[in-house]
Design a protein around this ligand. Structure first.
Ligand code: CA
Length: 228
């Protein structure tokens, strides 16, 4: 049985391009041109995956997502047009979801669709990020180190996920603040330090003594997370 994809996009040309690409790939499709219509169709629950533009009339994509998540867990691939939209999408702490930035090629989008559908078919087991002994359960805002649960606040989880998603990358503090708290948010050094201190203490308490590396004067990076 072919998967059904709901495309919610107000730009007729992009909507049509995505629709044609999906159909050519063998997916059944449904389309909506604004947020209210999109939410109504999404709530029917017949779609296996939703392609969701952020900038939409009558209800933007993020609000649609918030509404839909109260009752449905249909995976979503967001279409983002601007950097600040990407940050807001990342702020959702995506579980099985993903995003594609405009402009994108139909081929790139189809690859993401296939990956998200594949993850869904494997159940929730893949909905986790692993670094050494540290596991971040993305959908549940939960973490553990070698099986020991770590109780994290939303901000602490945000910091850890931001670092863990790009394990090679060193995040200067302002970049980390933008990712975790939202771009342009005025977060004092003290606030970030206090969240980092609490986060480190919780990691260490669970045995993860090398969870976060500080490169002085440069920034922060996820550690090897192998423990002592
Ligand atoms: Ca739009």
């Amino acid at each position: 049985m072919s998967h059904r994809i709901l495309i919610i996009e107000d730009d007729p040309q992009i909507r049509r391009t995505v629709d044609i690409a999906c159909q050519a790939h063998g997916y059944a499709t449904d389309v909506a041109g604004d947020g209210a219509e999109g939410l109504a169709k999404a709530q029917k629950g017949s779609a296996d995956l939703i392609i969701l533009d952020i900038g939409l009339p009558r209800m933007d994509g993020l609000e649609l997502c918030r509404n839909l998540r109260q009752s449905h867990q249909t995976p979503i691939i967001f279409l983002t047009a601007r950097n600040d939209e990407i940050d807001r999408v990342l702020g959702l702490e995506l579980g099985g979801d993903d995003y594609v930035s405009k402009p994108f090629s139909p081929r790139e989008l189809l690859a993401r669709i296939a990956a998200v559908l594949r993850r869904g078919a494997q159940g929730q087991s893949d909905d986790a990020l692993r670094i050494g002994g540290l596991t971040l359960h993305l959908g549940r805002h939960a973490a553990d180190f070698n099986g020991t649960p770590i109780d994290l606040t939303r901000r602490e989880m945000g910091i850890l996920m931001t670092l863990a998603r790009r394990p090679q990358q060193v995040f200067p503090r302002p970049a980390l603040v933008d990712q975790v708290y939202g771009i342009g948010t005025d977060v004092s050094d003290r606030t970030l330090d206090s969240h980092l201190r609490n986060l480190r203490a919780k990691l260490v308490a669970a045995g993860c003594t090398d969870g976060i590396e500080t490169l002085h004067g440069i920034g922060l990076r996820i550690g090897a997370c192998r423990g002592a």
